[in-house]
Design a protein around this ligand. Structure first.
Ligand SMILES: [Zn+2]
Length: 136
């Protein structure tokens, strides 16, 4: 058993079990939804031009939804791995604790709210997240 570097929450074992269950539930839900999306793809029916355009559009939406779900699924998998590794609830950027409130809302969060905001701001400006944040 590896020694935990940081204890992110008062009683990690029980708290993490709760988050682990949340993550597993969310993963199951996404997998279910993904399965229900897929049959909509590539039915190969003969369609009129107009229907084909609509079908292509629908297909695009389904693929886009699928892409978003897979991204979230990956975040959930990573969060589950962090629980296994005893790193759950620790910001992957600054190493500070992620607040329990934030984890309750976003159990797969890998950044604390400060780093998340900085990453989002950097994203919006298209500059590396490591750049210092300028506040006016
Ligand atoms: Zn952080």
């Amino acid at each position: 058993m590896r020694k935990r570097q940081q204890q992110a929450l008062p009683s990690p074992a029980t708290a993490w079990e709760r988050f682990r269950n949340l993550l597993l539930q969310e993963r199951a839900r996404i997998l279910r939804e993904t399965r229900s999306l897929l049959p909509h793809l590539g039915r190969g029916e003969r369609l009129s031009d107009e229907d084909q355009i609509r079908a292509a559009h629908d297909e695009f939406i389904v693929i886009e939804e699928h892409r978003i779900k897979l991204g979230k699924l990956r975040q959930i998998e990573e969060a589950l791995r962090r629980i296994e590794e005893g790193l759950y609830g620790v910001c992957q950027d600054c190493g500070e604790e992620i607040s329990a409130k934030r984890l309750a809302a976003v159990p797969w969060a890998r950044l604390c709210i400060v780093c998340q905001d900085r990453a989002a701001a950097a994203d919006a400006l298209d500059v590396p997240a490591s750049w210092p944040r300028i506040s006016y």
